[in-house]
Structures are given as structure tokens and as C-alpha cells.
Design a binder for this molecule. Structure first.
Ligand SMILES: *Cc1c(COP(=O)(O)O)cnc(C)c1O
Length: 396
């Protein structure tokens, strides 16, 4: 077997302190690493929970965290959830979505799974080659008499073309749900990203920009919708003895809420550090032929949740060769989003899953690599990743 690691150069930037770099060379560089508060900061909250013995069911931490989040995110109506996937399933229930829903194949599999759990047929449409978000121009052609909604995702935290999507939805009487799992803290110059669409669903999973270990939330446009979402996540109870709908258990526990309250204090600093790393990657990778950095519209105040690059044909190696070479060198990059959702067996038989229907998504899935980005990533680690990428040699 070829030694793939040797296909990349030593990975030393010009003038770098080679001893310092070598000393960290074997320490794996993770694609992400969760942010955690100091444990001692959490202990008073745990004491409060132990004292009160209120562990869940909308206790005091749940209420405080929900209020703090509405303030931080600049929205009025938030329902906390146990995770984003249950949030997506519940959002579809809340809007009584049936039939066919137009969605992107270029996402985490939970986006489409939420449709299948509601016995809804996903209809995949292609993505925009620059943002890798659902391409509004493809949506209209995919609408049939059975279409009831659009489920779009703000991929990598880059905002969808929300205006175009809303125009189409309005014209055809469709609902819009945003999978906003990547979009925590993303802002638009005018207005609030989370106020677009009928519902937006956030994820607070360990790997996301903001985490409560596991967690999520639905952003509703009004108090009445929030009330219904709150009933749906609590078995459909409206009071002790009245059940109005076959709800699910989607409640966030007091532990996760207490942690979230604490995590909120540091999230701005974490995003600032991500922004610095993003800028560094962009500056240094700009000179590498065949590597294209995705996104950065300048339109949004980004959260830098991911740092995706596309390995174009001008690069000396294929995407997979670079992927394995980086991993062999201890840089644990990931191929988000490969394979496309539409290629998994429960989706691949759909007419809309055919590759000819999804040329842009198919190409992106074949070329993407997400580079390490998280607040604890050091500058020398960023430099090491870049110099490994820059030093690839063409095979003889
Ligand atoms: C992480 C993720 C989800 C699922 O979030 P959980 O909170 O883990 O359920 C859904 N959609 C996208 C796009 C994601 O990245």
C-alpha cells in the first residue's frame, strides 16, 4: 500500500519554527471540539437542581434559559427541545405538513429523516454552486399538486436566499421550515434570519457552535404557535387532565438548560475566535491553486460553524486522496456532506434522487472537505493544516 502521508510535504510553513511544529505534529487536530464552561461554574446550578429535585417538565432553569435565548437570538417565541431532530419532526406536525416537501439533498440526514418520520415524501432539488444552499430557481419547477412545504437548510450557517424562497412559498401557498441547526447566532444586516419562514429549528448538539450536550429549539412567529409547539413536545397535554393532540416527549431537561444558560455567556467569544481562524484559512488558502473556500457572502454576520473547501480539478490530488492524506497526518477532517442524503437507500429510489437532477450537489459532495475549526484550535495548528494542503505534490 502507498504511504499516503508521504504524498504531502513536511507541512512546514516557510520560516516556521520546525521544532515547535514537530513537537505537536503527532497530536491529532480535530475538525471540531466542544466548548465547555469551567466545571466549577456549573456546580452551583447542579446544587440548585439537587436541592429542588426539579429535573425536567419546564422547571426554573428551562424558563430562565428560554428567556435568555430569546434575548440573545433576538426572537420572541422559543420552545426548547431535547434535540433538533425531534424539533424538526415536531415542526412538521405543528404545521400539519403532508404529501411532498421540497428539500435539499446536501445536508445532514436528519433533515430528510424528519420528513420520513411524518410519512412525507421528500422531493430533492439541486443547490446553488456558490452557497451550497437550496437553489430557489429549482424549487418552482419541482412543485406539484402534492407539494405542501419547503424544508430548507442554512448550510454551514450561510443564510439561504430567504426572500426568494418566501416569494415562491407565498405564490404557491407553501409553508417554509428552516433547518437552522448550523445557524445559531447568524445575523442578517437587515432583519433576523430566524424570523424567516413559518418555523426555524436550531440544534445545540455537542458538535455545534453552541451546545447543551444535546438540545435544540423551535423558533415560532407568534405566541399561539409557540403554545401549540409546547403542547406537542409534552405529549399533547394542555393541563393535568386534558390531552389535545398525539404529542411526543421533546422536553429539554433542567441539566441541559442550566448548562445552556452558562454556555450563553461565552458564545460570543467563541464565535470571535472562529472568525479569526476563518480569516487565517482564507488568507493562506487563497494562494493554493485548485482549492476554493466556500461561502463568505459578506451579507451575514456569520458564526463560522464550519470551514468547507472544495477540491477542484486544478488541485494536484483528488478530494479523497487529500482527505486520506490529511487524516494520515493527524488532521481529522470530515467530508460534510458526502454522501448526499438522496443516495442513502431509503431515498435513492425517488425520481428526484437521480444524479442528473442534482448535478451541483453531486459535484459539491465529491469535492468538499470541512477543515478543523473550533475556538481551541491554535494558530500553529491552522498553519499546519494549510501547509499540508499547500504542499501536495502531483503524482508522477
Ligand atoms: C446536527 C444537525 C441536525 C440534528 O441535530 P440534533 O440536535 O443532533 O438532532 C439536523 N440538521 C442538520 C443540518 C444538522 O447539522
Amino acid at each position: 500500500m502507498r504511504n499516503r502521508a508521504s504524498e504531502l510535504g513536511a507541512g512546514l510553513p516557510p520560516g516556521a519554527d520546525s521544532d515547535a511544529i514537530r513537537s505537536v505534529a503527532h497530536e491529532p487536530i480535530l475538525v471540531t471540539q466542544p466548548v465547555l464552561p469551567p466545571l466549577e461554574d456549573l456546580l452551583p446550578s447542579l446544587q440548585e437542581i439537587w436541592d429542588s429535585k426539579v429535573l425536567t417538565n419546564g422547571g426554573p432553569f428551562h424558563q430562565r434559559f428560554e428567556t435568555a435565548l430569546t434575548e440573545y437570538l433576538g426572537v420572541e417565541h422559543i420552545s426548547l427541545f431535547t434535540n433538533c431532530t425531534i424539533g424538526l419532526v415536531t415542526a412538521l406536525q405543528a404545521l400539519d405538513i403532508q404529501g411532498e416537501v421540497i428539500t435539499s439533498p446536501y445536508s445532514f440526514v436528519a433533515t430528510a429523516h424528519a420528513l420520513l418520520w411524518n410519512r412525507i415524501t421528500p422531493k430533492f432539488v439541486d443547490i446553488d454552486p456558490h452557497t451550497l444552499n437550496i437553489d430557489p430557481e429549482r424549487i418552482e419547477a419541482a412543485i406539484t399538486a402534492s407539494t405542501t412545504a419547503i424544508m430548507a437548510i442554512h448550510c454551514y450557517g450561510h443564510p439561504c436566499d430567504v426572500e426568494a424562497i418566501e416569494r415562491i412559498a407565498h405564490k404557491h401557498g407553501l409553508k417554509v421550515i428552516y433547518d437552522a441547526a448550523h445557524a445559531f447566532g447568524v445575523r442578517l444586516p437587515a432583519g433576523n434570519l430566524l424570523k424567516h419562514g413559518d418555523l426555524s429549528v436550531l440544534s445545540f448538539h455537542a458538535t455545534k457552535v453552541f451546545n447543551t450536550f444535546e438540545g435544540g429549539a423551535i423558533v415560532s412567529p407568534d405566541a399561539q404557535t409557540k403554545l401549540y409547539v409546547d403542547q406537542l413536545k409534552n405529549f399533547g397535554f394542555v393541563d393535568d387532565v386534558t390531552v389535545v393532540t398525539p404529542g411526543i416527549n421533546g422536553k429539554m431537561s433542567e441539566f441541559n438548560a442550566a448548562l445552556g444558560l452558562l454556555q450563553l455567556k461565552d458564545v460570543d467569544r467563541a464565535i470571535d475566535r472562529r472568525r479569526e481562524i476563518d480569516r487565517r484559512y482564507r488568507d493562506m488558502l487563497g494562494a493554493v491553486e485548485g482549492i476554493e473556500c466556500v461561502g463568505f457572502s459578506g451579507e451575514a454576520l456569520a458564526n463560522h460553524a464550519y470551514f468547507p473547501i472544495l477540491v477542484r480539478p486544478g488541485y494536484p490530488m483528488t478530494r479523497d486522496a487529500l482527505y486520506h492524506a490529511l487524516r494520515d497526518n493527524g488532521v481529522l477532517v470530515r467530508r460534510y456532506f458526502y454522501p448526499l442524503i438522496s443516495s442513502f437507500p431509503m431515498y435513492s429510489q425517488l425520481a428526484s434522487s437521480r444524479e442528473e437532477n442534482l448535478p451541483v450537489a453531486t459535484e459539491a459532495a465529491a469535492q468538499v472537505i470541512c477543515l478543523p475549526i473550533h475556538p481551541a484550535l491554535r494558530d500553529d495548528q491552522v498553519e499546519r493544516v494549510v501547509s499540508l494542503i499547500a504542499s501536495a505534490r502531483r503524482r508522477p
